[in-house]
Design a protein around this ligand. Structure first.
Ligand code: AMP
Ligand code: ZN
Length: 112
């Protein structure tokens, strides 16, 4: 998608603080962290949001959760929260499926 900022991050046209990348997904630090640790994991395929997950593209979601488990282990996160906002009413501002991973103290009172 030409006008998608997350597609531009994947292509390198917009700079990001990359954590991890493979053939299916890309992980990077959120530019406006809401907790001590706050990164995003996105599919390389442009999927607008959670409502657009279907049989043709759902495998990447399982892959992303596996990657999140591996990264959280490497980063020694004892506990963490995974969030995806779907639709403007739920707070989705970027129309490219993304999973927030949040970790840190006092997380229980916060949602993204
Ligand atoms: P959401 O509001 O759920 O759509 O989440 C979008 C997230 O993307 C927000 O937490 C933003 O801070 C984050 N974000 C937007 N632009 C960038 C960027 N260029 N680099 C890193 N994170 C970004
Ligand atoms: Zn995109």
């Amino acid at each position: 998608m030409n006008d998608c900022i997350f597609c531009k991050i994947i292509s390198g046209d917009i700079a990001s603080k990359k954590i991890y990348e493979d053939e299916l997904c890309y992980a990077f630090h959120d530019i406006n962290p809401q907790s001590e640790v706050h990164f995003l994991v996105i599919p390389k395929e442009h999927i607008p949001g959670a409502k657009d997950i279907d049989e043709s593209n759902s495998a990447v979601v399982a892959h992303i959760f596996k990657v999140i488990a591996e990264l959280s282990c490497e980063m020694q996160l004892n506990s963490y929260r995974v969030i995806t906002n779907c639709g403007e009413g739920a707070g989705q501002t970027v129309k490219h499926l993304h999973f927030h991973v949040l970790s840190g103290e006092n997380l229980s009172e916060k949602l993204v």
